[in-house]
Ligand binder design. Structure first.
Ligand SMILES: *[C@@H]1O[C@H](CO)[C@@H](O)[C@H](O)[C@H]1NC(C)=O
Ligand SMILES: *[C@@H]1O[C@H](CO)[C@@H](O)[C@H](O)[C@H]1NC(C)=O
Ligand SMILES: *[C@@H]1O[C@H](CO)[C@@H](O)[C@H](O)[C@H]1NC(C)=O
Ligand SMILES: *[C@@H]1O[C@H](CO)[C@@H](O)[C@H](O)[C@H]1NC(C)=O
Ligand SMILES: *[C@@H]1O[C@H](CO)[C@@H](O)[C@H](O)[C@H]1NC(C)=O
Ligand SMILES: *[C@@H]1O[C@H](CO)[C@@H](O)[C@H](O)[C@H]1NC(C)=O
Ligand SMILES: *[C@@H]1O[C@H](CO)[C@@H](O)[C@H](O)[C@H]1NC(C)=O
Length: 441
């Protein structure tokens, strides 16, 4: 069943799930923690739930100890084919009263908090998940897309430590068979694609499109799916989760960055740092739980040096003091502003060929800090240390107002570079629902 009974349209399922219709969710940034959260509706009756957005996680999880009331949850028996399909290595029993978090002979998982790197053992659970539907240009209905048996893991309330206020769990978007996009595509027979557009606005959300290869319209006449540049997704053979199964590859999205250029000049980088080795070290991944791009120390230093040199050519001189966690800052008054942010040297993330690059303009490379003791623009990249497991982690600030399409059918990433260039923003997506006009009793 794909639709909630009370949302059944006069048209048929075929209409609702025509090629044009996909699912959608709003993504909001918590500006205290720099965390991105996705809003979904879970349980029966459906309850709005905020989940931390994590591009690298294998399965979603939810606090099952506070306010879990639902008439539709069910456990996964240890011996079931479903249990073996997600390679659960644990079967749990429980001596408290039966409930979502407590049952006998129930398949278990190890949910993890990526910020604290704490993990716990908890039941797998099936329950309803509903999201809005979209045609790619506007939200069609608020709860029209239902996955009746969404699989996630319960967790103890303590696993929420470190997450933004009001967040009840984690939404996994990783390359596993049980991530949110994988389950949506499988349950609703939608193409195995999703696309993410993190908003750079302080107040308005950006969308994630699930089960759609396009179109993607942001309140303009341009379909952004038509102007993506593609690079292969690379499999890291060794995961870096807290509880890592033997020989299980990473569910994070790695890409083949080959060079970083500033104003067209290459940063000198030891090339071996940019490839993933057999132990899973090195390479470049995309992360929504790192607020800023993290560079291994030698890359960080070489990148800062070249940027400072190129900025000097624009008559920009660094400030004597920097603002943590950044290493290079400029006085706010010194920098002119353009439609793609402050006027600073451009940064290109070059992929498999010199003509395949992700261009990072000032709006994504620089971070404005305005407070009583400082008014500066800082280069928004941070030092990951000399032994960083992953050499380049492209973080949230660099992703904002960029459209990223994860094509899981062809295992490639489509990127737009800054959509400010096209005169639009992620916040321009029209979430205004027209559902009331379409619903009949
Ligand atoms: C549980 O639900 C009640 C009533 O809806 C609400 O007041 C309370 O804040 C909730 N507690 C948590 C921890 O979410
Ligand atoms: C699990 O399944 C196997 C094969 O179907 C069966 O032999 C076994 O008894 C089952 N075990 C339990 C605990 O149900
Ligand atoms: C699980 O089985 C044990 C032993 O049979 C029993 O004491 C316990 O109450 C059961 N737990 C649940 C939640 O049913
Ligand atoms: C994911 O599902 C596909 C298709 O059912 C299967 O071939 C593949 O082995 C699964 N992957 C994992 C890691 O279980
Ligand atoms: C490049 O990095 C690799 C891996 O960290 C190291 O073994 C090698 O010595 C480095 N090469 C140079 C020239 O620094
Ligand atoms: C930098 O400043 C010098 C001296 O004030 C001036 O001659 C030059 O044109 C400036 N360059 C740029 C790129 O603004
Ligand atoms: C958003 O979509 C609704 C419904 O399609 C439409 O009425 C409204 O004008 C749109 N808003 C903008 C700003 O285009």
């Amino acid at each position: 069943m794909f639709l909630l009974p009370f949302l059944v349209l006069t048209f048929s399922l075929v209409f609702v799930l025509s090629h044009q219709t996909a699912l959608l969710a709003p993504i909001t940034k918590d500006h205290t923690t720099h965390q991105y959260t996705i809003q979904a509706h879970l349980k029966t009756p459906l309850q709005p739930t905020k989940l931390l957005l994590h591009l690298g996680a294998s399965f979603s999880w939810l606090d099952c100890y506070q306010n879990y009331t639902s008439s539709t949850f069910s456990h996964v028996p240890c011996n079931s084919s479903l249990c073996s399909s997600f390679h659960s290595l644990a079967c749990s029993n429980c001596y408290s009263p039966q409930g979502p978090a407590c049952a006998n002979d129930t398949c278990a998982l190890f949910p993890e908090n990526p910020l604290t790197r704490k993990a716990t053992l908890a039941n797998a659970l099936l329950d309803s998940l509903a999201l809005p539907t979209t045609d790619g240009s506007t939200q069609l209905s608020q709860l029209g897309g239902l996955v009746p048996d969404f699989l996630f893991s319960c967790s103890q309330t303590s696993l929420l430590q470190g997450l933004a206020k009001g967040v009840a769990g984690l939404a996994a978007l990783g390359r596993s068979n049980f991530s949110l996009p994988a389950q949506v595509s499988r349950s609703l027979s939608l193409p195995r694609y999703f696309a993410l557009c993190l908003s750079g606005s302080r107040s308005e959300p950006g969308p994630v499109f699930l089960g759609s290869s396009g179109p993607y319209f942001f309140n303009s006449k341009i379909d952004l799916s038509k102007s993506l540049i593609y690079t292969p997704l690379i499999l890291n053979p060794v995961g870096s989760t807290v509880i890592t199964y033997y020989l299980q590859p990473s569910d994070e999205y790695f890409i083949g960055l080959t060079s970083i250029k500033v104003n067209g000049k290459a940063v000198p980088i030891n090339a071996s740092l940019l490839t993933v080795d057999e132990n899973g070290f090195g390479g470049t991944k995309i992360s929504t739980v790192d607020p800023y791009t993290v560079l291994e120390t030698s890359i960080y230093k070489a990148f800062n040096d070249l940027f400072v040199k190129e900025a000097l050519g624009l008559n920009l001189t660094v400030t004597a003091n920097t603002v943590e966690p950044f290493g290079v800052c400029y006085a706010g008054k010194d920098i002119m502003s353009t439609r793609v942010g402050p006027a600073v040297p451009t940064v290109d993330l070059v992929m498999q060929g010199d003509d395949v690059f992700w261009r990072v303009f000032g709006s994504n490379s620089m971070v404005r800090i305005e407070r009583s003791d400082a008014d500066v623009w800082c280069l928004g990249f941070v030092d990951g240390g000399p032994h960083a497991r992953t050499s380049v982690v492209i973080g949230g600030h660099q992703l904002e107002d960029n459209l990223l399409q994860f094509d899981l059918e062809s295992e490639r990433l489509g990127f737009s570079s800054s959509i400010l260039v096209k005169g639009t923003t992620c916040a321009n997506f029209n979430f205004t629902s027209t559902s009331s006009k379409r619903i009949v009793k």
